[in-house]
Design a protein around this ligand. Structure first.
Ligand code: ZN
Length: 250
């Protein structure tokens, strides 16, 4: 697909990001996604449509509620931009295909889960489990292969063992997230797990250097790192895996 055409996907992508913000704000609180309409988290004032335009409203309001002036988290525009870039990226990389649709759905779920994990330190079952079933079914329809369920199982098993060995590092939510990753990525889920774990070490070391022993108890949300690894694996996993295996053979 031409870059210009993919760029068009940025606009629906931003709107999708706006919806992901609603998901991220409401699912952990077990609230309905449709009713009531959006309201300020601080003063409960309803948000009028022109203050609810993805990205634009955030900057027009300078990141504050129109009624009470409470700060609107930077996570809102970040979610919108990330979702838009990833959806456009899926179209650019995979064309107007069924696979691109599954990949875009997968990216959107990762964005919502990351936003929730950063805010609440949980990976909600109510998102990750249905998303895993949807992705697994779609992958099996597209390409009936044992690769998808097998990768899901092995990735989850790997993180389960890691969670048992080092309980401070990750939780069962991350294990369920690995199911989703494996179902989408197949064998390149290995690339996603390695990048996710290596990238999580960097802020971990920073906390350890800054807070010493107490850093062990602080814990960092792990899902955003797994999501980062997943996105890199989605777009470049085959290439990275081939390069790595090539190095091993030479
Ligand atoms: Zn307010």
């Amino acid at each position: 697909m031409s870059p210009a055409l993919a760029a068009l996907a940025v606009f629906p992508g931003l709107a999708l990001g706006g919806f992901l913000n609603v998901v991220a704000a409401r699912v952990p609180l077990k609230r309905s996604l449709v009713r009531p309409g959006s309201a300020c988290m601080s003063c409960k004032a309803p948000i009028v449509w022109y203050d609810n335009i993805p990205l634009i409203s955030y900057f027009a309001l300078r990141g504050r509620c129109r009624s009470c002036g409470a700060r609107i988290g930077l996570v809102y525009p970040a979610v919108e931009i990330t979702a838009a870039v990833l959806v456009a990226g899926c179209l650019l990389a995979f064309g107007l295909t069924f696979y691109a649709a599954i990949a875009a759905f997968f990216c959107c779920v990762l964005v919502a889960i990351s936003a929730i994990d950063i805010e609440h330190r949980i990976v909600p079952d109510r998102i990750v489990l249905p998303a895993t079933l949807i992705v697994l079914a779609a992958q099996l329809v597209r390409d009936p292969s044992l690769e998808w369920p097998l990768a899901a199982f092995l990735a989850a098993l790997f993180l389960f063992i890691a969670a048992v060995v080092y309980p401070a590092g990750m939780g069962m939510g991350d294990v369920k997230l690995a199911l989703l990753m494996g179902a989408m990525l197949g064998k390149v889920v290995s690339v996603a797990l390695i990048i996710g774990m290596v990238s999580a070490v960097i802020p971990g070391m920073y906390l350890l250097a800054r807070h010493g022993r107490s850093a062990r108890k602080m814990g960092i949300p792990f899902a955003p790192f797994l999501a980062l690894g997943s996105v890199i694996a989605l777009f470049a996993g085959e290439w990275l895996l081939d390069a790595y295996l090539g190095v091993l053979r030479s």
